[in-house]
Design a protein around this ligand. Sequence first.
Ligand SMILES: [Zn+2]
Length: 121
Amino acid sequence: MDDVLKPCPFCGGARIRSHYIRDGRSIGCADCGGSLRAYNGPTDITARLVSAWNRRVAAPADDRVREPLIDVMASLAAAISLLERSPKTVAASDKMFDMMLDDYRGSLERARAFFNGGTDA
Ligand SMILES: [Zn+2]
């Protein structure tokens, strides 16, 4: 590549690598895995990729954790629901079962509170 690549917008890493993929080319950070792809088209793919990479701006941390956190919350809510309908014999004791459920509910409530604007739930 002729153009100078800016460091990774996610981790600041300078080990940026590019390789051809099926129908296009990929560029990415060897340190964190952040990547970008472009597909063959009427304009120069390398120029488009370099330009896109150098314009890339990291999202704020809150935005980056939002989607995976929502996924974890949904999975936790489903697991809690399943446990509430399961026999307590899935745990070593009734007391342990109740403690586990309380812990899971607490985690879910703290995550929900975070999304509702509080950070010290
Ligand atoms: Zn990186």
